[in-house]
Ligand binder design. Structure first.
Ligand SMILES: NC(=O)c1ccc[n+]([C@@H]2O[C@H](COP(=O)([O-])OP(=O)(O)OC[C@H]3O[C@@H](n4cnc5c(N)ncnc54)[C@H](O)[C@@H]3O)[C@@H](O)[C@H]2O)c1
Length: 366
C-alpha cells in the first residue's frame, strides 16, 4: 500500500470524532503531525494520539512536517487561507464544509485547487451514510421511478446557550444553513441533480447571549432556523427544514430525514438508523428494508460496519475516499466543485429569504 503522510489542521470536535479515527485506520497512512491555534489542545492531542509533531502556526507546521495531504477542520472563516497555504506547500486538501464563507469565495477556492493539480475534497460526510449509499443506488437504478417530490429535515435541540464561533456571521458565514443545511443541499443534489430555483425563509429565534458557564457574551447574529422549497433541473420538487431549537428532537443528534417519493416507490433515509431504510411501493405502508451488505461501506474501506456505533463509524469512509482518490490519481467525490456548488444554492437561499421571492441558482462551471 502506497505510504501517505497526512497532517491535521484544526483539532477540535470534528477532527477528534471523524478525521483522526478515519485516517488512522487506513493502512499506509501516517498521521505525520497536527496543528491547532490552541497550544493546550495541541499538547492534549499529542499525548492522546501519541504524536511527536505538533504546531500552533500553520506555516511552521507545513515547513517542518511536510505532509503530502492535510485535513482542515477549523472555523469556516479560516478555510480559504489555510487551503491556499496547504496547496502552495504542494498538499492534497480535504476541507470541512462549508468550503468558504460565500459563493464568490468558493469559486476562488475551487479555481485555485484546480490550478494546483492537487486532489481536493469537501467533507460532506453524510454522503457516506450506508442508508444514503443505498438510496443513491435506488434512484440511479430507476427502482423508485421518476422522483416527483422529496423532503429533507434536520431538526435538533441545541438549547439556547451560546455555541461558540458557529453563532457569528464573521466566523461562520451563515448559521443553521451553513452548519446543517449545506450537507442536505449537497446530498439532495447528489441524489436528484442540480437545484435550479429556491424560495426560502430564515429566522433567528434565540439570542444566545450567555455561555454554558453562565458568562455573558455577544448575541448571535445568524439564523437558527431555515426552510426552503425548490425545483430541481430534472423536475423534482423539494422541501427542506433545518432548526437547532426543536424541542423533542434531542439530545443525541436529533432528527435527520430524506424521503424520496417516486412514480414506482418511496424510500426514506434516517441518520439514526443508518443500516436500514424505509421502502414502500404503491398501496403498501412503509416497511423496514435492511441496507444490503455492498452498501454498508465504501468498496475497500478498512472499516468493519459491524464494529462500533454505526451512527459514527460511517464517517471514517470519508477519509478512505480522499486517500483512495490520491492513490488512484482520480477526482475526489465530493470535491471542492461540490463545495462551491452547494454554496451557490446556499447563497440563493439566503437571498430568497431576505428578499421574499424566488431566486435562480447560478449555473456553476466545472
Ligand atoms: N462534516 C461534518 O459532519 C462536520 C461536523 C462538525 C463540524 N464540521 C465543520 O468542521 C469545522 C470545525 O468544526 P468543529 O466543530 O470541529 O469546531 P471546533 O471549534 O470544535 O474546532 C475548531 C478548532 O480549530 C482551531 N483553530 C481555529 N483557528 C485556527 C487556525 N487559524 N489554525 C489552526 N487551528 C485553528 C480551534 O482552536 C479549534 O480547536 C467547521 O468548518 C465545521 O462546519 C463538519
Amino acid at each position: 500500500m502506497e505510504k501517505l503522510r497526512v497532517g491535521l489542521i484544526g483539532l477540535g470536535g470534528v477532527c477528534g470524532a471523524v478525521h483522526y479515527p478515519g485516517f488512522s485506520r487506513i493502512p499506509g497512512v501516517e498521521i505525520a503531525g497536527i496543528c491547532d491555534a490552541d497550544a493546550g489542545l495541541v499538547a492534549r492531542r499529542q499525548q492522546e494520539w501519541g504524536l511527536a509533531q505538533g504546531c500552533t502556526e500553520v506555516d511552521e507546521f507545513l515547513r517542518q512536517v511536510q505532509p503530502e495531504a492535510v485535513a482542515i477542520a477549523t472555523p469556516n472563516v479560516y478555510h480559504q487561507r489555510l487551503i491556499y497555504q496547504a496547496l502552495e506547500a504542494g498538499c492534497h486538501v480535504i476541507c470541512e464544509k462549508p468550503l468558504g464563507m460565500n459563493y464568490p469565495q468558493t469559486i476562488e477556492i475551487y479555481q485555485r485547487a484546480l490550478a494546483s493539480g492537487r486532489r481536493h475534497m469537501t467533507a460532506f460526510t453524510y454522503r457516506f451514510v450506508p442508508g444514503m449509499n443505498y438510496l443513491r443506488h435506488l434512484v440511479r437504478s430507476g427502482e423508485l421511478g421518476q422522483v416527483r417530490h422529496a423532503r429533507f429535515q434536520r431538526l435538533q435541540d441545541w438549547g439556547e446557550l451560546a455555541i461558540g464561533w458557529r453563532q457569528y456571521k464573521d466566523q461562520a458565514g451563515s448559521g443553521e444553513l451553513g452548519d446543517m443545511g449545506i450537507h442536505r443541499i449537497d446530498f439532495a443534489e447528489d441524489l436528484l441533480g442540480p437545484i435550479e430555483v429556491v424560495c426560502a425563509a430564515a429566522r433567528q429565534w434565540a439570542s444566545r447571549d450567555r455561555r454554558p458557564d453562565g458568562q455573558p457574551c455577544s448575541p448571535q447574529d445568524v439564523e437558527d432556523w431555515v426552510a426552503w422549497i425548490c425545483e430541481f433541473a430534472g423536475g423534482t420538487t423539494g422541501i427542506f427544514e433545518m432548526g437547532k431549537l426543536t424541542k423533542g428532537r434531542g439530545p443525541d443528534g436529533g432528527h435527520d430525514l430524506a424521503e424520496l417519493n417516486g412514480t414506482e416507490a418511496s424510500a426514506t433515509y434516517q441518520l439514526h438508523t443508518p443500516h436500514q431504510i424505509l421502502y414502500a411501493r404503491r398501496g403498501e405502508p412503509y416497511q423496514v428494508r435492511p441496507v444490503p451488505a455492498e452498501f454498508l461501506k465504501r468498496p475497500g474501506s478498512p472499516r468493519n460496519p459491524g464494529e462500533g456505533d454505526p451512527v459514527q463509524t460511517f464517517r471514517y469512509d470519508q477519509a478512505w475516499e480522499f486517500v483512495s482518490a490520491i492513490r488512484q490519481g482520480r477526482e475526489c467525490l465530493p470535491s471542492f466543485y461540490h463545495g462551491m456548488r452547494a454554496q451557490a444554492v446556499a447563497d440563493a437561499i439566503l437571498e430568497a429569504a431576505a428578499s421574499r421571492r424566488w431566486v435562480e441558482v447560478p449555473p456553476c462551471q466545472p
